[in-house]
Design a protein around this ligand. Sequence first.
Ligand code: SF4
Length: 316
Amino acid sequence: MTNTIATKAAPLLGQSLEELTIWVERTGQPRYRGKQLHDWLYQKGAHNLEEITVFPKVWRQEMASTEIGRSQIHHRTKTKDGTNKFLLRLADGAIVETVGIPTSKRLTVCVSTQVGCPMDCNFCATGKGGFDRNLDKHEIIDQVLTVQEQMQRRVSHLVFMGMGEPLLNLENVVGAVRVLNQDIGIGQRNITISTVGVPKQIKRLAQHNLQVTLAVSIHAPDQELRASLIPSARKYPIESLLSDCREYINVTGRRISFEYTLLAGVNASPAQARQLAQLLRGFQSHVNLIPYNPIKDADYKRPSPTTVELFAQTLK
Ligand code: SF4
């Protein structure tokens, strides 16, 4: 017989095998059903309990209102190179973007961590749209499962580079990384967490002892220019940011990569490339150069291929 329990609780997605086992036992089911539920959530991608046909029908009907935590697809676009962009509708109606980027060997998901973003970077469309809320752990995990199921391929790599600043939602990001690694099977070394820098948070991330890659969006070779592009950088000088990066490397033994969005006439000159090389000396880091994709609410322009090439050659 099924016990009557309150079903309005944390969604099942995001819970560990142990937590799911405790939950099924509380609903009157035997312990082994925890493993079954875990497999159906994380490997088979169940969207509701009704789909989990190994469970008794009566139980599924009684527990039908239990929230699993899956989103709905609001919109999907595909580009010629195979990239799939999804807008997902969450339980409260909020919309977030997630992107699946395939190559012959990989399927990478670019994951969002917030609805909107409070960092207000001058060149970013998400920043211009303001901030609504942090995503919960299950809402981050759901993005990966959705891409996997829609693109019918296992996700091999993750980059936390979608909407939001991951280090402002650190606990949910770290919780999601643990589930994506332990319960879904994505290697921590295939996961990159990107940040424009939030005081104290790089140190906090280091304490979680994850084997993920940290990607720091530097975007300028000096404090003054950086603070003009990224308003939040006014309170986090570039020297403090790089000092925290050095500490992250010492604590975790992992390298850091740097992201640099190239904006024509702003940060893309050969002199700025030399300045950047000097600034990052000693890091042995890869600098990922990203020619800007213009947006309608900002005047920045994409540099020419020649400018990008010259910057890259000077930086070497
Ligand atoms: S932190 Fe990222 S998402 Fe947020 S405003 Fe800056 S570039 Fe955009």
